[in-house]
Write a protein that binds this ligand. Structure first.
Ligand code: ATP
Length: 229
C-alpha cells in the first residue's frame, strides 16, 4: 500500500448512525494523523461507542465514509479491518483466563512481555493476575498484529487509580517505539489530557470541539457542556 506522509491514517467523513429515533452518531468528521494519539471524550450516550464500533466494522453506518490510509473501508467487517492494520482493546477484559500470559500473547510474546514489563508473571495463568495486570495483557494482545491503528476502549475502566499512570506511560512508550496511531475512548479526564495529542469532544452524537488538551481545557462551550459539570 502506498502512503504519503501527510495522509491521515484514519479519515472519518460525515458519519451517521441512528437506532430508530435516536441519532447515536449525527454527522461526525475527523482525521487521525500518523503517529497521533487521538482521544474521544463525551458524556454517557454521546455516541462514542457507536462511532468506535463503526470504525471497527462491528456496525455499518447509515451514511458517511471511513478511510484507512486513503482507502475506503466503510463497508468492511472486523476481520478484514484487522488484516489491514486495525487493532483494538475492549472495555471489558478479553484475556484467556486459563492460559498463561505467554500463551495469551503467543508468537510475539517475548518482545511484548518485555515492553509491557510483565515478565515476572509471564508463566502465570492470566486469570490469576490482578485486574490491572490482566488489563496490561489485554492491551498487549491488541499490539500482536503490529497494527497501524489501535482503538482503545476505556483502557482505564476498572483499573486501580495507582496503575493509571503506568498505563499512560506504557501507551506513550508504545506510540514512540511502534510508531502507530491510537484512538482512545476514556472517561478519566486526567489520563486523556496527559496522553493524547488531540482530543475530540462528542455531545449528543455530534462533534463539539477538536483540539489539543490545552485548547479543549480552555474551550468555554466544552466547559459548560461537559468538563464543568
Ligand atoms: P458511554 O460513555 O455510556 O459508553 P457512548 O458515548 O459510548 O456512551 P453510545 O453507546 O454510542 O454512547 O450510545 C449513543 C446513543 O445510542 C445512546 O442514546 C444509546 O442509548 C443509543 N444506542 C447505542 N447502541 C444502541 C443499540 N444497539 N440500540 C438502540 N440504541 C442504541
Amino acid at each position: 500500500m502506498t502512503m504519503s506522509t501527510n495522509q491521515p491514517v484514519l479519515k472519518v467523513t460525515d458519519l451517521k448512525k441512528a437506532y430508530g429515533a435516536i441519532q447515536a452518531v449525527g454527522g461526525v468528521s475527523f482525521e487521525v494523523r500518523p503517529g497521533e494519539i487521538f482521544g474521544v471524550i463525551g458524556p454517557n450516550g454521546s455516541g462514542k461507542t457507536t462511532l468506535f464500533n463503526s470504525m471497527l466494522g462491528q456496525i455499518t453506518p447509515d451514511t458517511g465514509k471511513i478511510e484507512l490510509n486513503g482507502q475506503d473501508v466503510t463497508q468492511l467487517g472486523p476481520l478484514e479491518l484487522n488484516r489491514r492494520g486495525v487493532g483494538r482493546t475492549f472495555q471489558t477484559l478479553q484475556v484467556f483466563g486459563k492460559m498463561t500470559v505467554r500463551d495469551n500473547l503467543s508468537a510475539k510474546a517475548d518482545a511484548l512481555i518485555d515492553q509491557f514489563h510483565i515478565r515476572h508473571v509471564a508463566d502465570k495463568k492470566a486469570g490469576e493476575l490482578s485486574y490491572g495486570q490482566q488489563k496490561l495483557v489485554d492491551i498487549a494482545m491488541a499490539f500482536m498484529s503490529e497494527p497501524d491503528l489501535v482503538l482503545l476502549d476505556e483502557p482505564c475502566a476498572g483499573v486501580n487509580p495507582s496503575l493509571v499512570g503506568g498505563i499512560s506511560t506504557l501507551l506513550k512508550d508504545l506510540n514512540k517505539t511502534r510508531k502507530g496511531s491510537f484512538v482512545v475512548i476514556e472517561h478519566n479526564m486526567d489520563f486523556v489530557m496527559d496522553l493524547c495529542h488531540r482530543i475530540m469532544v462528542m455531545v449528543e452524537g455530534k462533534v463539539m470541539a477538536i483540539g489539543t488538551p490545552e485548547e479543549i481545557r480552555a474551550n468555554k462551550q466544552v466547559l459548560d457542556a461537559y468538563l464543568g459539570s
